[in-house]
Design a protein around this ligand. Structure first.
Ligand SMILES: [Zn+2]
Length: 212
């Protein structure tokens, strides 16, 4: 598995391209900006794009969904249904951050923890982690967890936006992420990578030496 990280869009949210060398399939996790840069990476890998998976419906993560759909009209875009309300209101979200609005991103299917998705032979496990938004999910492929804005390097996602809840994000992180294999690498929606082991020790909110 090859993972490429592209910080893109108005506030540099991470778009990830995950490539399976065996089948030459790729998925894109988030579509945060500049669809042409995303396509250039996919082409450089010689990959066939299979899915676009969104961790949640905030504007900075879905900013280029429609542009990606223009380049790849047959590729399905997935999100958890509980964030549909954010997709509907994406222009309002942009206005809140002082950014020009975008058209409503085109979603093809809703996913939940029971949805079965694969990249080649690799199962894509979907973990519902509400708290940053109601419909936030993480995607686990082997030893790699794509955590969206739920968990960052020594930090957590903000809980003061629409649908956010501190008690929910605490439950999600403690009961659904910290119980995973310690060696798993975390690829967050913003900033640098981390690991489950590192966050259990050093996360500012829920780590063993937390500041709060
Ligand atoms: Zn977010």
């Amino acid at each position: 598995m090859i993972i490429k990280k592209l910080p893109l869009g108005p506030i540099q949210a991470n778009t990830y391209i995950v490539f399976d060398e065996n089948t030459k399939e790729a998925i894109v996790i988030e579509a945060s900006g500049d669809a042409n840069s995303i396509k250039a990476e996919i082409d450089a890998l010689g990959a066939k794009l299979k899915y676009v998976l969104l961790t949640h419906g905030h504007f900075d993560h879905v900013f280029a969904v429609n542009d990606v759909k223009i380049l790849y009209p047959d590729v399905k875009v997935f999100i958890n249904k509980e964030d549909e309300v954010l997709i509907q209101n994406v222009s309002l979200q942009c206005a809140h951050f002082g950014i020009d609005g975008i058209e409503k991103p085109r979603i093809d299917e809703y996913i939940n923890e029971n949805t079965k998705l694969f990249l080649g032979d690799i199962e894509i496990k979907i973990i519902h982690t509400p708290g940053h938004s109601k419909g936030s999910v993480c995607y686990l492929l082997g030893e790699n967890l794509f955590s969206g804005d739920t968990l960052f390097f020594e930090e957590i996602g903000r809980c003061d936006l629409f649908g956010g809840s501190f008690s929910e994000i605490e439950k999600s992180i403690r009961n659904k992420i910290f119980i995973l294999d310690k060696n798993i690498t975390i690829y967050p929606g913003h900033g640098e990578n981390t690991s489950i082991e590192h966050e259990i020790k050093f996360n500012a909110y829920f780590g063993e030496n937390s500041r709060y």
